[in-house]
Design a protein around this ligand. Structure first.
Ligand code: DAH
Length: 338
């Protein structure tokens, strides 16, 4: 025989200890175990308490029943809160759609201008050229004086050249690397000099204030214009196609004599057929340049060229605007990630 007071104390204890048990559960398994221990139909603590109901006097059964219901409600609410706190259950019966295509990995890619520089460097490497680099901040002497520019040449004006101080500037071309190479090495010399150059130009569809150039230099005993034309024609055949024709037009640059511009016949694929496209300036290195760098111009001779890889990338990919190459727009650049 149980008294009502005893019954109510037991109900209270179950509510208090049960709440603590549920709150201490930190996994779904622990929560399930607590639910069975407290509310399980057969062995649950509440079920055992209910079995004692029949031992109570009739008048006390109503209050005892209410205590059972209150305890049950408390435990159920606490269980629901604890479940919510654990987050949504993982549905292990559905591991996802295994037939879905895999997510494409982001493939990095070389910038189209870097790709052109790499390809040209590869061709010239096969022809015996190594890479030489020089500083982007230069003195007036390396950028102009040693390259046989007369002291009053218009290119030296501040409206064309970005000066850093009276005497130092951002190089306007990669030709100063010719002078530095001639000063540091004795012929035979065969180098390719890629690098950034700077000009006070507007940034528009065809000009950029900073762009890449690729300079070539070949100096040895007995090098002639024949070597220049043969090497550059061979380069054009390897870079464009076996049947590519080139032509040289006389031109003037202070650091070469004679000087020329070279065109290649290319089909831009616009339905207009093959046409002549200018790709570089070149010539026989002026004796004054050799002498300024301390090379005996009676003994040695050679040729040089300079080209703009951005323009080559533009004609190769039919780009209408040079700014595409500098915008870093992934929608444009990812087209080169193959
Ligand atoms: N430095 C010239 C320029 O920026 C390009 C050039 C022309 C380089 C003829 C050469 C050359 O080496 O022989 O316009």
């Amino acid at each position: 025989m149980t008294s009502l007071a005893e019954f109510l104390t037991r109900a209270d204890t179950i509510a208090r200890d049960g709440t603590a048990l549920i709150r201490a559960a930190h996994s779904r398994d622990m929560l399930d175990a607590a639910r069975v221990a407290l509310l399980g139909r057969k062995q649950g603590q509440l079920t055992s308490l209910m079995a004692l109901l029949t031992g109570l006097p009739n008048d006390d059964r109503r209050s005892a029943g209410a205590a059972i219901n209150a305890t049950k409600l408390t435990l159920e609410i606490t269980l629901t809160e604890a479940e919510d706190a654990l987050g949504p259950p993982i549905d292990v019966s559905r591991p996802g759609d295994l037939t879905m295509p895999g997510r494409d990995a982001w493939k990095g890619a070389l910038h189209p201008v870097s790709a052109v520089i790499d390809e040209i460097s590869g061709i010239f490497r096969e022809l015996g050229f190594t890479i030489a680099l020089g500083p982007e901040a230069e003195t007036e002497w390396y950028n102009f004086g040693a390259l046989n520019f007369p002291p009053d040449h218009p290119a030296m004006e501040a409206h064309d050249t970005l000066y850093l101080t009276d005497d130092t500037l951002l190089r306007t071309h990669t030709s100063p690397v010719q002078v530095r190479t001639l000063q540091s090495y004795t012929p035979p010399i065969r180098v390719l000099c890629p690098g950034n150059v700077y000009r006070r130009d507007f940034f528009d569809a065809t000009h950029a204030p900073s762009f890449m150039q690729l300079e070539g230099l070949c100096i040895d005993e007995g090098v002639s214009f024949v070597d220049l034309k043969a090497t550059l024609s061979e380069f054009a055949r390897r870079f464009y196609s076996d049947s590519s024709r080139v032509r040289l037009r006389p031109s003037f640059f202070p650091f070469v004599e004679p000087g020329a511009e070279m065109d290649v016949e290319v089909d831009l694929g616009d339905g207009k057929g093959p046409r002549w496209v200018e790709i570089l300036g070149c010539g026989m290195v002026h004796p004054n340049v050799l002498e300024a760098a301390g090379i005996d111009s009676e003994k040695y001779s050679g040729w040089a060229f300079g080209m703009g890889p951005a323009r080559i990338a533009m004609s190769r990919h039919k780009l209408p605007d040079i700014r595409l190459l500098y915008d870093s727009d992934v929608r444009f650049l990812e087209q080169f990630a193959r």
